[in-house]
Write a protein that binds this ligand. Structure first.
Ligand SMILES: [Zn+2]
Ligand SMILES: [Zn+2]
Length: 253
C-alpha cells in the first residue's frame, strides 16, 4: 500500500454511528490541520511552513474557519507575509498585463473574457488553499484505507451494513473509485450493498424531515418527535456533507 493506512480512525468513524463516516473523518482531519496551522505548536512561526502558506494561500471557506479559530496574532503573522507575496504577484500581473483581442460579438454580448490574464490569475489564487490541499492528501489515504479494508476481509462490509450509509458527496467519491479499486465480483457486491444503503437512508432522513413538519401541526403537539428533532442538520448533511449544527472550531490547545 501507498504510505499510511488509517484503519483505526476509519473504524472509529464507522462506530460513531453518524449519517456519514467520511464526514466524521473530514471534520477530524480538518480540525487537526487548523491546529497545525494556527495552534499553539506555532508552526506558522517556522519559516518553511510560512513559505508554503505564503505561496498557497487559503480559500474563502478556510479563511472564515481560521478567523473563527480565534488566534489573532497567528492569523496576522500568516497574513503579513502572504500579503507581501500577493503585492509582488499583483505588481507583476499589472506590469505584464496586455488586453487580449475581444471579438465584436463578445463585446456586443458583454461576455466574461475567460482568457483575461488577471481574471485567470485571481481564479488561480482563489482555487489555491493550503488547508484544502493538505486535507485532500489525507482524505485520499482514507479512501485507500476504505478499499484496502474492503478487500482484506469482511470487516468493512459488516461496518457498511451496520452504518447509516454515507452523505451523497462521499458516496460519490466511493463510487468514483470502486470500479478501479475492486475486481468485478467485489465491485458488484459493494454496489448492491451501497446502493441499497443509500436508498434506504435517504428515505429515512427524508421521512424525518417530513415528520418534523407534521410536528408543527398543533394536532401533533403531543405526538412523539421520533427522530425529527435534528432532522434539518442531518437532512443537509446527508445531501452535501458536513455538520451544519457544529459550533465553530476554536483554539483550545
Ligand atoms: Zn459525508
Ligand atoms: Zn480551503
Amino acid at each position: 500500500m501507498k504510505e499510511t493506512l488509517y484503519t483505526i480512525p476509519l473504524t472509529d468513524a464507522f462506530h460513531a454511528g453518524d449519517e456519514c463516516p467520511f464526514c466524521y473523518v473530514e471534520r477530524d482531519v480538518e480540525q487537526d490541520i487548523l491546529d497545525l496551522v494556527l495552534g499553539s505548536s506555532a508552526s506558522y512561526m517556522e519559516s518553511d511552513m510560512r513559505d508554503i502558506t505564503d505561496r498557497a494561500g487559503f480559500c474563502r471557506t478556510h479563511f472564515k474557519k481560521m478567523f473563527d479559530y480565534g488566534n489573532t496574532l497567528g492569523n496576522a503573522w500568516i497574513l503579513k507575509t502572504h500579503y507581501i507575496r500577493m503585492e509582488k504577484e499583483l505588481a507583476e500581473q499589472i506590469k505584464m498585463y496586455a488586453p487580449g483581442k475581444v471579438s465584436f460579438l463578445n463585446r456586443l454580448k458583454k461576455e466574461e473574457d475567460s482568457s483575461n490574464p488577471i481574471a485567470k490569475w485571481v481564479k488561480e489564487k482563489e482555487d489555491s488553499c493550503y488547508i484544502c490541499t493538505s486535507y485532500k492528501k489525507t482524505y485520499d489515504r482514507y479512501l485507500d484505507t476504505f478499499f484496502f479494508m474492503y478487500k482484506k476481509d469482511g470487516e468493512m462490509k459488516k461496518m457498511i451494513e451496520e452504518s447509516k450509509g454515507f452523505c451523497l458527496h462521499h458516496f460519490g467519491d466511493i463510487c468514483g473509485r470502486m470500479e478501479s479499486e475492486l475486481d468485478e465480483k467485489q465491485a458488484a457486491e459493494l454496489r448492491t450493498l451501497l446502493f441499497a444503503k443509500m436508498e434506504e437512508n435517504l428515505k429515512r432522513v427524508g421521512d424525518d424531515v417530513a415528520w418534523l413538519i407534521e410536528k408543527f401541526d398543533y394536532r401533533n403537539k403531543d405526538a412523539d418527535w421520533k427522530n425529527s428533532k435534528d432532522a434539518i442538520q442531518r437532512g443537509m448533511q446527508k445531501l452535501r456533507g458536513g455538520y451544519p449544527a457544529d459550533p465553530v472550531y476554536q483554539q483550545n490547545k
